[in-house]
Design a protein around this ligand. Structure first.
Ligand SMILES: *Cc1c(COP(=O)(O)O)cnc(C)c1O
Length: 364
C-alpha cells in the first residue's frame, strides 16, 4: 500500500488506552465519562477504539454524526443545544440531548410524541462562561415548565465552561449545579440523577481531587484524543499525546533569505506580514496548508524544525537545523493541538489511516 499525503495516522491502540485510563480515573470518583467524538468527525474506527476502552456513552455536537453511529448500541448524547428545525432527528438519533431553550424543548416534546418516544434531556445551566445555558435564577421556573411535558424526561443538569469565556471550572461554579439540584428536589419534588460537570477542562479536578461531590458525569473529547486536560494543558498521567500524527510531503527545498524582496502588501489572508531577518535559511515547502490545518497548532516531531508560516496549501518550514538530510519527497511529521486536529480531521484533502492499514503499509 502506497500512502497518500497529507495524511493523519491514527494509532487506535493509544486511543483505546487513553479512554481506558480516563474512564478508570473518573470511575474512581464515581464519575461516568461520555466519549466525545466531534473532533474526529465520529470516524467509526476511532469511535470503536473508544468503546473498546470501556466507555459506553458517546456524545457529539452534530446530529449527522449521531445518525452515522445509529448502528452502535451505546447511549448517545447530542451535545450542542438542539436546533428547533432538527427536533425530529434529535429524538430519533439521540437518547439524550442538552438543552437550554424552553421553546425548543416543547418542539422536541411534540416530535417525541409523534414518534411515540420519550426523549431525555439535560438542562444546561450557565455558571459564568456565557456560552449555553439558562441563568441560575431562571432555572427553577424552566424546570417547572419542562415537567409539564409528558414526552420529555428531565434527567439532569449540566454546564459547559472554558469554551467561550475561558472560565475555569472550580468548586464554586460546579458547586452551583449541586445546589440547584437540591433546590429543584425540594421545590419540584424531582430527583435529577445526572450532574454533567463539563468537558476535558474539568479533568484536572478529578486529578487533584477537588471535583465537587455530586458531579457524576464529564463529557471528554480532547482528554481522550490528545491525552491532556484543557484548563492548564497538563498531560493526563499514563495517557498518550501522540495518537494522531499528521504527515506531509516536501515539494520544494532551497536555501533562501528570510526577508522577502519588494514592497510588502497584504498576504493571501489580508494580513500585513512582518519578517525577522535570520539570513539565508534552508526552507522546505510541505504540501499542506491553511485549508487543512491551523498553522500555530502544528508541532513538528523534529525539534530542530520550525515553522515560517503557511498559505492555503503551502506550509513553509525552516529545516536548516534538522540533522536529517532532507530532500524533495521526504515526509515531515507533526503533532497537533485541538484546533489543528479538528481542522485536519474535517479536511477532505487529508487522508486518514488507521493502525491496521499502517501495519500493512510498513510490511509492503
Ligand atoms: C465539545 C464539547 C465537549 C467536549 O470538549 P473537550 O474539550 O473536547 O473535552 C463537551 N461538552 C460540550 C457541550 C461540547 O460541545
Amino acid at each position: 500500500m502506497r500512502k497518500e499525503y497529507p495524511c493523519i495516522d491514527v494509532n487506535l491502540s493509544k486511543v483505546t488506552h487513553n479512554a481506558k485510563q480516563i474512564l478508570s480515573l473518573c470511575n474512581k470518583k464515581g464519575i461516568d465519562v461520555i466519549g466525545v467524538t466531534k473532533v474526529f468527525c465520529a470516524e467509526s474506527p476511532i469511535v470503536q477504539a473508544i468503546l473498546d476502552g470501556g466507555i459506553t456513552d458517546i456524545g457529539d455536537s452534530r446530529i449527522q454524526n449521531l445518525k452515522k453511529m445509529s448502528n452502535l448500541s451505546c447511549r448517545k448524547t447530542l451535545l450542542r443545544i438542539s436546533m428547533e428545525s432538527e427536533a425530529k432527528e434529535v429524538v430519533r438519533y439521540s437518547d439524550i440531548s442538552l438543552n437550554s431553550e424552553l421553546d425548543t424543548i416543547k418542539t422536541l416534546a411534540k416530535a417525541a410524541k409523534r414518534l411515540d418516544k420519550k426523549h431525555n434531556i439535560i438542562l444546561m445551566i450557565d455558571v459564568g462562561d456565557l456560552r449555553e445555558g439558562v441563568l441560575e435564577e431562571d432555572a427553577v421556573a424552566v424546570v417547572e415548565e419542562i415537567l409539564k411535558l409528558d414526552s420529555i424526561s428531565l434527567i439532569g443538569l449540566g454546564t459547559n465552561v472554558t469554551c467561550y469565556g475561558g472560565v475555569l471550572p472550580d468548586k464554586d461554579n460546579l458547586g452551583k449545579l449541586i445546589r440547584l439540584k437540591n433546590e429543584i428536589k425540594a421545590l419540584c419534588n424531582i430527583e435529577l440523577p445526572i450532574i454533567s460537570g463539563g468537558n476535558s477542562s474539568s479533568l484536572y479536578m478529578v486529578m487533584d481531587n477537588t471535583i465537587p461531590e455530586g458531579v457524576n458525569q464529564l463529557r471528554v473529547g480532547e482528554g481522550i484524543v490528545l491525552g491532556r486536560e484543557t484548563s492548564f494543558g497538563k498531560l493526563i498521567p499514563g495517557c498518550y499525546d501522540d495518537a494522531f500524527i499528521l504527515s506531509g510531503e516536501i515539494v520544494e527545498i532551497k536555501n533562501k533569505p528570510t526577508v522577502p524582496k519588494g514592497k510588502i502588501g497584504m498576504d493571501a489572508f489580508g494580513q500585513k506580514p512582518s519578517f525577522e531577518d535570520k539570513g539565508i535559511r534552508k526552507r522546505a515547502i510541505v504540501a499542506i496548508g491553511r485549508q487543512d490545518i491551523k498553522v500555530d497548532g502544528l508541532i513538528p516531531l523534529d525539534n530542530n524544525i520550525s515553522i515560517f508560516g503557511a498559505s492555503s496549501d503551502h506550509l513553509i518550514l525552516d529545516v536548516t537545523d534538522s540533522t536529517r538530510h532532507l530532500k524533495v519527497g521526504d515526509i515531515i511529521d507533526f503533532k497537533m493541538d485541538y484546533g489543528c486536529l479538528l481542522a485536519a480531521m474535517t479536511s477532505y484533502y487529508v487522508k486518514k489511516y488507521y493502525e491496521e492499514e499502517l501495519a500493512l503499509a510498513s510490511m509492503s
